[in-house]
Design a protein around this ligand. Structure first.
Ligand code: UDP
Length: 496
């Protein structure tokens, strides 16, 4: 990748393969889709990426980078009907949805993009060659069928978690289990997998969303395949199993974050950083290689003040350098007071606190980083894998507990902090779920000089190298991207 070309035929008889990408309006879904847009365009395809005004404004860095590289990617901005669906004005991204009760409204408002998108598509001559849309936008299935365009789904998960989720829905496992402690098994899963019900992905179990969940599942089964932000060598067994079970092609074209080759485009990922990136890198430069633990819980997790304080105390007790990202939404007078009353002073030489959006990729890629305490969102997890750093796993919700299993039990590149159940919305949190001692133990286990920790580091480095190889010329994901572009291009030419 990166040559701006690829082996696409641009002759007069063949049209350039054109992908329409429709991400879920959440940073954990938009970011990989912008990376995918870049990858596809670098391999010679044309890309249209659906967004809304508020999200488009956040993408200014992405747009500038795309323009600088002269890549054929255009944003298709559709108005988002927040107010019509009882959402605050401008609430166009999942990270702006403040409560569980509004989740359904948000999903329904996303569904209202259907008509404007269909109208745009009907005007395109020729129409795009392929739609890659988030599973949550199940309604894109109808539009794609109407226009005879293949639809591939994207869910932002790894294949390991996608397969477990598929089996769960197919067999209606969660409804059958009555007790939260009940251990769930996954019939047909290629390796032994057990998880208590309390840790199973269930964000769509919010009341009122059952119908939408069924639609998502139904449309996924009618789609023409899946696109995964993963790579063959990471989860071969699960990819093969998934293809066999659903009878569709699983296109592993990642890790998508590796489309970034330089600091500027890495820094432009997602939102604008809330601090000076150069200063952050300078701070990291002053630390020993592999000595710093990076703590960040993605774009959606909200943490109760007592839990934040407890986490901070654990980091302090570890005596190791750290960068700790406290999301803007988690700012509270209680935490600010605690930070100001001595914590920041106490860790002044070895702790950096970022309040707001951190340039995560830039930080993870720095040689001073030796560990990543993560909520196991798939993007963060695969970014950690690419960076070759071992992880402390602290899952909160959705499929994050499955990603923890993958990292800790299968890849063996991480240690659990010891979370017992889901905490998605602040209102569900029961005081302190993870104690400072648990934080201290996990960080020490990960970052010490012992043999077990060293082995974890070696394994993490090895996966990092494999990840890079997958996207290099001739690598598995590199080849898949080219095949995908060719196949969708051929389909279009055959039907026109
Ligand atoms: N991210 C970031 N800075 C932040 C928080 C998040 O760059 O301060 C990025 C992170 O690198 C990842 C994405 O946002 O690409 C979060 O996705 P993930 O799947 O890890 O978690 P989610 O936010 O969906 O829970």
């Amino acid at each position: 990748a990166g040559d701006g070309g690829g082996d696409q035929q641009h002759g007069s008889t063949t049209t350039v393969t054109h992908f329409l990408l429709v991400p879920m309006m959440a940073q954990g879904h938009i970011i990989p889709m912008t990376d995918l847009a870049r990858l596809l365009a670098e391999h010679g395809a044309q890309v249209s990426l659906v967004t809304t005004p508020v999200n488009a404004a956040r993408m200014a860095g992405f747009v500038a980078a795309i323009e600088e590289a002269s890549l054929p990617v255009q944003l298709l901005k559709l108005p988002f009907p927040a107010a019509e669906y009882g959402l605050p004005d401008g609430c166009e991204n999942m990270d702006m949805v403040q409560s569980k009760d509004l989740f359904k409204n948000f999903i329904e408002a996303c569904g209202a993009l259907r008509e404007p998108l269909a109208a745009w598509l009907r005007q395109q001559r020729p129409p795009p060659s392929c739609v890659i849309s988030d599973v949550m936008h199940w309604w894109t299935g109808d539009i794609a069928r109407e226009l005879g365009i293949p639809r591939l789904t994207f869910n932002g998960f790894c294949t390991f978690a996608s397969l477990a989720r598929y089996i769960m829905y197919r067999d209606n496992i969660l409804e059958k289990a009555t007790d939260e402690e009940e251990v769930i098994t996954f019939p047909g899963f290629p390796t032994p997998l057990e998880l208590p019900k309390a840790k199973c992905p269930g964000s769509l179990c919010v009341p009122g969303l059952e119908q939408i969940r069924d639609k998502i599942y139904e449309e996924e089964m009618r789609s023409d395949g899946k696109v995964m932000n993963s790579f063959q060598e990471l989860e071969t067994l699960y990819i093969e199993s998934m293809e066999r079970m659903i009878g569709k092609k699983v296109w592993t074209v990642g890790p998508m974050c590796l489309c970034h080759k330089d600091r500027n485009t890495m820094a432009a990922r997602g939102n604008k950083a809330s601090m000076d990136e150069a200063q952050c890198l300078q701070w990291l430069d002053s630390k020993k290689p592999g000595s710093v633990i990076f703590v960040s819980f993605g774009s959606l997790v909200s943490t109760e003040p007592q839990q934040l304080v407890e986490l901070g105390m654990g980091l302090e007790a570890s005596k190791r350098p750290f960068i700790w990202v406290i999301k803007a939404g988690n700012k509270s007078p209680e935490v600010e007071e605690w930070l100001a009353e001595g914590f920041e002073e106490c860790v002044i030489d070895r702790g950096m606190i970022i309040r707001g959006w951190a340039p995560q990729m830039l930080i993870l890629w720095h040689q001073a980083i030796g560990g990543f305490m993560t909520h196991c969102g798939w993007n963060s997890t695969i970014e950690g894998i690419c960076a070759g750093v071992p992880m402390v796993t602290w899952p909160h919700f959705a499929e994050q507990f499955l990603n923890e299993k993958l990292v800790v039990d299968l890849l063996k590149t991480g240690v659990e902090v010891g979370v017992k159940g889901v905490t998605q919305w602040a209102s569900e949190q029961k005081d302190v779920m993870v104690t400072r001692n648990a934080v201290l133990t996990a960080v020490s286990t990960l970052m010490n000089d012992g043999e077990a920790a060293e082995e974890m580091r070696m394994r993490a480095k090895d996966f990092g190298m494999k990840a890079r190889r997958a996207l290099e010329e001739g690598g598995s994901s590199y080849n898949n991207i080219r095949l995908l572009i060719q196949e969708m291009g051929h389909k279009q030419n055959a039907s026109s």
